[in-house]
Design a binder for this molecule. Structure first.
Ligand SMILES: NC(=O)c1ccc[n+]([C@@H]2O[C@H](COP(=O)([O-])OP(=O)(O)OC[C@H]3O[C@@H](n4cnc5c(N)ncnc54)[C@H](O)[C@@H]3O)[C@@H](O)[C@H]2O)c1
Length: 264
């Protein structure tokens, strides 16, 4: 998709981190924006800043675990802009630091609901609209290490991100025959400085309110990730791997499996 200006870009998880940086990058290209997030106040603040800078923005509080929220989002997108050309299924959460033996089924369900079913709900709601355009693109935020290998003390996240990458690759293969004018990108970030480590405040029934102050962590700037993501969309490229060394993990895994060796 070479021409981004005037396109309608839909982003889930748009109030913070990578989603917010994507919104800023699309706005700089002249896209119209549909921003969705669980955290209503930061979402509206972000939308206000983008509007003040001249962007056309629709912002809607959305819980990606609820299929009806995404269906409502696609309906209001059509009412407002008449189209959607780019979908970024980006919302995600983590529960890092716990061994599998300390995780309850409810912990797994929350991570899988947001990370996997959230992407599925977004695809269900927006794919028919994207297919109806002359040109469109889906980008799903997977992970680098998280998608490429199982990680100790982060099992639900790794399992969810492996599923998300598989889903995205399946989508790519299907659309090549079903709708070749819809490009697909798997965004696979390494460590990025975002609020991801504060995910637990976004859990239903969390002690801290969802809109509590933002936590920052180490890693690449989210704006740099957004630049790489937009380059992949422009070039209709499947892989957007922010830390190229993460690709070595995939190669090593393949070599280990082929040689019958235990995971490196
Ligand atoms: N930060 C990293 O190092 C890193 C690395 C690899 C992949 N990722 C992925 O990047 C994506 C964006 O995360 P980020 O790092 O920008 O973190 P972030 O926490 O800053 O942003 C995630 C956003 O998703 C929103 N969200 C959470 N649950 C939601 C729900 N149920 N419905 C709607 N919105 C919800 C949050 O409110 C937040 O605005 C995630 O899928 C994450 O797994 C991040």
């Amino acid at each position: 998709m070479r021409q981004l200006a005037e396109r309608v870009a839909v982003i889930t998880g748009a109030a913070h981190g990578i989603g917010l940086a994507l919104a800023e990058a699309f706005a700089a290209e002249g896209c119209r924006l549909v921003l969705a997030d669980l955290e209503a106040h930061p979402l509206e603040a972000a939308a206000g800043r983008l509007r003040a800078a001249g962007a056309q923005v629709l912002a809607m509080p959305t819980d990606v675990t609820r299929e009806g929220d995404l269906q409502a989002l696609s309906a209001i997108t059509i009412d407002t802009f008449g189209a959607a050309h780019i979908l970024c299924a980006n919302a995600g959460v983590t529960l890092a630091g716990r061994p599998i033996s300390a995780l309850a089924a409810a912990d797994w369900r929350w991570i899988l609901d947001v990370n996997v079913m959230g992407a599925v709900h977004a695809l269900n709601a927006f794919l028919p609209i994207l297919k109806a355009q002359d040109e469109a693109h889906v980008m799903v935020t997977a992970s680098g290490v998280g998608s490429f290998t199982g990680s100790a003390f982060n099992a639900p996240y790794s399992a969810s991100k492996a599923a998300v990458l598989s889903l995205t690759e399946s989508l790519y293969r299907e659309l090549r025959t079903e709708a070749p004018h819809v490009g697909v990108t798997a965004l696979c970030p390494g460590a990025v400085a975002t609020t991801l480590r504060a995910s637990e405040r976004r859990r239903p029934g969390a002690a801290r309110p969802a809109d509590a102050a933002t936590a920052r962590e180490h890693g690449l700037r989210a704006s740099a990730v957004a630049d790489m993501a937009l380059a992949a969309i422009r070039e209709t490229r499947f892989w957007a791997i922010t830390h190229p060394e993460d690709g070595d993990i995939l190669e090593q895994r393949g070599r280990d499996a082929r040689a019958g060796r235990d995971p490196s």
